[in-house]
Design a protein around this ligand. Structure first.
Ligand code: GLU
Length: 463
């Protein structure tokens, strides 16, 4: 059996979009499922819009997600000689031809077609045919190369996602495969690349369905083996419109900054367009073992921020505390707080159950490394003289208490007994003073994770 080979072919004109990340995940998982290979290709022929910065962002996001590739990154702009060789072959074979139509002529053609109520498209004026006299070659016009698309018949493929699709050749025109500046166009370069790289399965967004008939015809003209195609439906935003930057974060890197874990992103993206029974939470290894190209949804998936948050919360809860601590430290450092990677390990263990992102965890844990500002409108009414006295004697006890949860608990209990107070009357102001907020996990556990001196200082601020 042929080795399964898949690829992801992002254009480096921005960050790695969630939709591309999902396509990458499916392509990667499909290759891994079959013990095949996964290739990363950078489609940088749009020279004006491609940037090295974007290439780096894409590679970084792939790395973060753990989508490793067996070959690449392969850059299309480094393969121009190869494209030229194929173009020359096609020109010689008559499956491609030079076209000198100027942009003005094309405009006029389009306008005339519109005026007649016809479908717009190239009319084949430079396409050679037996007995046909071509127009005289105009001076100073650099030609483009067009593909001589078959004039009759139809193109059919059995899409892995959408099922059988048929398009009549009459509906498509002779597309430009090489621009006047010598750079190939997407539809041509993608075919040469997928052919040269022996790609067996092409997964991509369904905005490319309209391109596929051309590509299939080019494969046939080259005598190349066709891959299977699977066109994934778009991802819609929460509001039902296409997921876009204007409506929220769409770059994988944004989610890293927002405190999502890569395994949660993979799990969530996997389910966004594919299912395995009613499994919602699964590891990447499970996904690989299940992902055989079936059960892909035909209709668009809807981005569900609340579900992603739920999935992420699951992974935060089950993540290793040392790993979480390093991530939290990183977030805190971006806020200008200096924290060692392993300073907050026990803290993560205590707080992770209540956080859906590592950013939320950092929000909680910043009280351990930076000053807090208890909201006066909450604190002042609680700090009666009786409570102030209790806080002072708690501070006194904590000076010598054994510095752990049990020690803090004992000091609290003794203070309550001494002052005849109920727990919340003391615990809430203590939380406000030390943590800056009224609600926390159990106060003894939370306090014991501070430096003793910090707690004492913050409690004594009441005086
Ligand atoms: N560069 C194309 C894109 O980013 C790739 C399409 C394909 O996978 O063929 O949409």
């Amino acid at each position: 059996m042929t080795q399964v080979r898949t690829r992801i072919a992002p254009s480096p004109t921005g960050y790695l979009h969630l939709g591309t990340a999902r396509t990458a995940l499916y392509s990667w998982a499909y290759a891994r499922h079959h013990g095949g290979q996964f290739v990363l290709r950078i489609e940088d022929t749009d020279v004006a819009r491609s940037t090295q910065d974007s290439v780096e962002q894409i590679l970084q996001s792939m790395h973060w997600l753990g989508l490793d590739y067996d070959e690449g990154p392969i850059y299309q702009m480094q393969r121009l000689d190869r494209y030229q060789a194929v173009i020359d072959q096609m020109l010689a074979a008559g499956t491609a031809y030079l076209c000198y139509t100027t942009p003005e002529e094309l405009n006029a053609l389009r306008e005339a077609q519109k005026a007649r109520g016809e479908k717009t498209g190239y009319d084949g004026r430079w396409r050679p045919a037996p007995g046909k006299v071509l127009p005289p070659v105009p001076e100073g016009v650099k030609p483009v190369v067009r593909f001589a698309n078959p004039l009759d018949g139809e193109v059919t493929w059995d899409d892995l996602v959408k099922g059988p699709i048929t398009v009549g050749n009459k509906e498509i025109d002779d597309l430009i495969i090489q621009r006047a500046d010598g750079v190939p166009t997407y539809n041509f370069a993608v075919v040469v690349d997928d052919w040269d790289m022996a790609i067996t399965h092409v997964f991509r967004g369904d905005e490319h369905i309209n391109n596929t008939p051309w590509q299939i015809n080019i494969y046939k003209a080259l005598g190349a083996t066709l891959p299977a195609f699977g066109h994934l439906p778009v991802i819609l935003g929460d509001d039902g419109a296409k997921l876009s930057k204007r409506r929220g974060a769409v770059a994988v890197s944004n989610y890293e900054e927002l405190g999502y874990l890569p395994e949660a992103m993979l799990n969530y993206l996997a389910r966004l367009g594919w299912s395995h029974g009613d499994e919602e939470l699964f590891s990447i290894e499970q996904m690989v073992s299940w992902f055989d190209g079936t059960h892909l949804n035909k209709s668009p998936a809807q981005w569900d921020a609340a579900k992603l948050s739920w999935v992420n919360a699951h992974y935060v809860k089950t993540a290793d505390d040392t790993r979480l601590a390093a991530l939290v430290a990183q977030h805190l450092r971006t806020r200008g707080l200096s924290v060692a990677d392993d300073a907050l390990v026990a803290h993560c263990a205590l707080f992770k159950d209540r956080c859906s992102t590592t950013v939320e965890l950092a929000d909680w844990l910043s009280m351990y490394v930076a000053d807090v500002a208890p909201p006066a409108e909450e604190l002042t009414p609680l700090l009666t003289d009786a409570v102030k006295a209790a806080v002072a004697s708690l501070a006194k006890r904590l000076e010598t208490a054994s510095w752990d949860k049990a020690g803090v608990a004992a000091a609290l209990k003794e203070t309550l007994g001494e002052h005849g107070l109920k727990m919340p009357l003391l615990a809430i102001p203590v939380r406000l003073l030390v943590c800056g907020r009224a609600q926390t996990p159990s106060v003894d556990a939370v306090l014991a994770l501070f430096e003793r001196d910090v707690v004492l200082q913050r409690l004594l601020k009441t005086a």
